[in-house]
Write a protein that binds this ligand. Structure first.
Ligand SMILES: [Zn+2]
Length: 259
């Protein structure tokens, strides 16, 4: 049985993270995965960028052009979990996130459409991502262990939060990277266990929505703000052989193809 976990790490400067020595799991996965650097569309902010990554449609269709979601057209751009259910309504889909516009049906958006997904929504804007990312990680670990959904999206925002508050060259940014890399490692261990014990075939995919300027902040067109990546690691070792020239809006299609 093929299953996919997409982990979103907001505001991650990937190569800086792995070169810092603070992102041990990402560095290890980088050595043994399908990996490409990609460039996200402008503006390099969360709303449009995540909308493109997880719906497979660009801004001309989903119309999310900022973090306010005014006049968005996400109904024309269903998220990848919703698309999977349209193909096979028996699939189990799961999303966990602390940024309300991504996940909360009562907030603006949400990018992950209301529907029958298992859903864990928290508010990191109000409560801080140090606390909320941990809650997301705990819920995701429990859900993956107990249920092993067919297709999941788990999102962390603490790296982006640290970048905004402290910049992307000082210790708090790397502290957040280390913390979320630890959650990623725990999620990986659950997938490894399920692969070995339950004969499942897991694909772990990691992506970000934009980088940061050194002083913190993003939205512009500098290479460091536009830099993203796609890392895809099959737990059984047969990593995907995806084209090297994938754009952000191609990711959804690749995730769905894998199921
Ligand atoms: Zn973001």
């Amino acid at each position: 049985m093929r299953k996919v976990l997409l982990v979103g790490i907001d505001g991650l400067i990937f190569h800086r993270a792995i070169n810092s020595g603070r992102a041990k799991k990402l560095a290890e996965l980088h050595q043994d995965s399908f990996f490409i650097d990609i460039e996200v569309d402008l503006p390099t902010i969360s709303g449009p960028s995540w909308s493109t990554l997880v719906t497979g449609k660009r801004q001309d269709i989903h119309k999310v052009v900022d973090n306010y979601f005014v006049e968005h057209n996400l109904k024309a751009a269903p998220d990848f979990l919703t698309q999977a259910l349209q193909i096979n309504n028996d699939l189990v889909t799961y999303a966990a996130a602390g940024w309300p516009p991504l996940i909360d049906p009562d907030d603006i958006g949400p990018v992950i459409a209301a529907g029958k997904h298992l859903r864990f929504a928290r508010d990191g804007e109000a409560n801080g991502y140090l606390k909320v990312d941990k809650e997301v990680a705990d819920h995701a670990l429990e859900t993956l262990k107990a249920i092993g959904p067919d297709l999941s999206f788990v999102y962390f925002c603490g790296v982006d939060e640290a970048g905004h508050r402290h910049g992307a060259i000082d210790q708090p940014y790397f502290d957040a990277i280390e913390r979320i890399d630890g959650y990623l490692n725990e999620l990986y261990e659950v997938l490894l266990h399920r692969t070995q014990e339950m004969n499942e075939d897991w694909l772990l995919v990691v992506v970000t929505d934009h980088g940061h300027r050194d002083e913190g902040g993003h939205g512009g067109d500098s290479p460091q703000e536009r830099a993203s990546f796609i890392l895809a690691h099959s737990i059984n070792g047969q990593h995907p052989n995806w084209p090297k020239d994938l754009a952000p809006y191609h990711l959804t299609e690749k995730l769905l193809e894998h199921l």
